[in-house]
Design a protein around this ligand. Sequence first.
Ligand code: 5RP
Length: 234
Amino acid sequence: MADVEQLKRKAGIEACKFVKSGMKVGLGTGSTVKHTVVELGRRMAEEGLEIVGVPTSLATEKLALEVGIPLVELSEIDGLDIVIDGADEYDPQFQLIKGGGAALLREKIVAQESSGMVVVADDRKRVATLGAFPLPIEVTPFSHEATVRALSRLLDCRVNIRMAGDGPVFTDNGNMIADAHTGPNIMDPISTEANILLIAGVVQVGLFNNMCDAVVLAGTNGVETVINPNGRLQ
Ligand code: 5RP
């Protein structure tokens, strides 16, 4: 466990090399990118780095303020230079599953507003085909049982509402998360994303297609930055 935490820390810190003074930076959510946020705060305090951040969750907002990163709203700025975020899986085409931390809607809006996306991960997240990690789908509380049934029919798999103890998990946006147990066989993530978004009741799906430009990956052999040859950060 301590080893995994070390890997997350290494990846999270290494990704800060993409951040330069003057940048507007999307701040992702999760246990890996939290190390990025802490390191950016340290560089601001000790090395004169000047940035503003847009957090992707209330948890990241709290952490960013604690470490001294000034925050702005997306409405106040004209896009972000970069977002650094975690992922639950990434495939050889740099397509992602995200939403393990229930922050996928804000994460996707922030990624969509960014000129580049860097993912921080340990090497357990690299997969040949997406789907071993249950696919998170944000759904409206209204009639969520019907939305879950429609998702289950579409994906031909078990779909369940994510729980925390006795009650459902609610996102920062007041919605619920349906986890789809597709198995590692999402062969065409682009059409899967499009088909899921056609269901009324679905707010957003944790497939992040054609968004990721680089993965900073920590493994037992060290930290590696893998650049997407079709991405924007060549
Ligand atoms: C939150 C996310 C996270 O970025 C993802 O779950 C990875 O988190 P971690 O770094 O803790 O494994 O998508 O919604």
